[in-house]
Write a protein that binds this ligand. Structure first.
Ligand code: GLC
Length: 471
């Protein structure tokens, strides 16, 4: 089975979020299970500057009234073939997203992907598209390639990693596309890439079973829930995994000390000491909350605002947080740090090294998300023996077993409703369990570390789906 995975970012070449981790890890797992899986990405300046890819050829695509050059490059990483779409006009820029012409840039990318397949002579059974940036591929494939036998047998799968970002652009985008109008492209008077993908793909997936159910509702569907409802019988929820080789406390070079499930008590103690010292906090046996996140509305940081002072004033907990994003949340973190410099520390920015130190050195990992399609942080935390504290939504609900005060079972702490009061209650439960019920806390650490978050099961579920479509 031949698969071409198409996305706007993928580790290790281009990463802003969890999508890149998935695009980095899924092809490896597919290859391990017998597929020929390859990836295609834009050739952003940041990748191009590294000069690691080999030129394979070129093609042209039509955008509006101009004919645009498409360079095709190839690199192999960890046994996975990556193709890159080169365009001086659209991708030779410092960032990946956030430009006024993003709609045109990714429309170009979607046309270019199909032409690049001819250049490298790779005609897959399945094109697996991810998020809105790849959303026009199924529509272009159906309209422009139906007469070509290598193309018209290709089936498409579209994966939703976050339904909040849909790729909505003014209708005059039609002039750029230079294709027949289709109702499947339009939503609310705009061109909507995600709607087009939902309507035109052979199957749709999203990254956890719970998120699948959620996006079918008004509360989580960001207006596309009824469109998804039309495709209900072709819509699947397949949980992401994590890269268990990269995220392994036994071998992770970023840690102060490596450990495994047998040595977790002493291992975490050493990492906690190192982390507290690095952030200039006194080394004490108190519960430490960690957080590593993009600081955006989705992540539920607002819930902390009204309660953080109370939690700090009425407990012995400390906080070490890392993230960047909306300046509103960055300033909120800085202001709490200014009020409680000996209890609350934040690092505004992102560093892989510090992230791993927080995963290993904290006791409780905070993820109070408003919505979370899958979430990777909670799985990484559990693998490092750090108990996640999450809201029961999306993939958080599917991966964290709530602490049961009576039986001591669970792999983390959870709350249901999106409100600060419930978050505060469960934070105090976690703090009290750490302080006064060490046996239960340790038992949970073991249960968390025993869970299997590898890609194997997910890869098999995708292969099942691919097979169903090809048959
Ligand atoms: C997006 C989602 C996150 C998910 C990731 C990978 O970043 O916000 O929940 O884990 O995509 O699918």
């Amino acid at each position: 089975m031949k698969i071409l995975i198409c996305a706007s970012e993928g580790a290790p070449y281009a990463k802003t979020g969890g999508l890149a981790d998935v695009i980095g890890a899924l092809p490896k797992a597919l290859i391990e299970n017998g597929c020929d899986a390859r990836v295609i990405l834009p050739y952003y300046k940041k990748i191009k500057d590294k000069n690691i890819a080999e030129y394979k050829g070129y093609a042209y695509v039509r955008i509006g009234s101009s004919t645009e050059y498409v360079g095709v490059f190839e690199a192999i990483h960890d046994g996975v073939t990556f193709y890159f779409i080169d365009s001086d006009r659209y991708f030779n820029r410092d960032g990946f997203y956030g430009y006024g012409d993003d709609g045109e840039r990714f429309a170009f990318f979607d046309f270019a992907v199909l032409e690049a397949m001819k250049v490298v002579q790779f005609f897959p059974d399945i094109i697996h598209l991810n998020d809105w940036q790849a959303g026009l591929v199924p529509y272009i494939l159906r309209n422009n390639y139906w007469a070509y036998p290598e193309f018209n047998r290709i089936k498409t799968v579209f994966s939703i990693h976050n339904i909040q970002y849909q790729g909505n652009f003014p209708m005059d985008m039609m002039n750029i596309l230079f294709m027949p109008y289709s109702n499947s492209l339009e939503f609310g008077g705009c061109i909507n890439f995600m709607k087009s993908a939902i309507m035109e793909s052979n199957a749709i997936t999203t990254v956890s079973p719970t998120y699948k159910n959620e996006v079918l509702t008004d509360q989580y569907g960001y207006y596309l829930n009824n469109i998804l409802g039309l495709r209900y019988f072709d819509f699947y929820g397949i949980l992401n995994g994590i890269d268990v080789v990269k995220y392994n406390p036994e071998t992770d070079k970023n840690l102060f000390k490596n450990y495994n499930i047998k040595t977790v008590t002493s291992g975490k103690k050493a990492n906690k000491e190192g982390l507290l010292k690095q952030f200039g906090l006194p080394v004490e046996d108190v519960p430490v909350f960690g957080l590593v996140s993009r600081l955006v509305d989705q992540k539920g940081i607002d819930l902390l605002e009204p309660i953080i002072d109370e939690v700090i004033n009425y407990s012995n907990a400390k906080f070490i947080l890392m993230g960047s994003g909306d300046s509103y949340y960055e300033n909120f973190f800085r202001s709490v740090e200014a009020r409680h410099p000996d209890r609350f520390k934040c690092y505004i920015g992102y560093s892989d090294e510090i992230a791993q130190k927080i995963y290993a050195g904290s006791d409780i990992f905070l993820m109070p998300s408003k919505f979370e399609p899958c979430g990777l942080g909670q799985m990484i935390a559990m693998r490092y023996g750090t108990l996640p504290l999450v809201r029961e939504t999306g993939g958080l609900k599917d991966t964290v077993i709530p602490f049961n005060v009576y039986t001591g079972e669970g792999t983390g702490f959870t709350f249901t409703n999106f409100n600060s009061y419930d978050l505060k209650e469960v934070m105090f439960l976690a703090i009290n369990t750490y302080n006064n019920n060490k046996i239960a806390f340790k038992k949970m650490i073991k249960s968390a570390m025993e869970k299997d978050f590898s890609w194997k099961q997910s890869a098999l579920a995708y292969i099942d789906l691919y097979n169903k479509l090809v048959r």
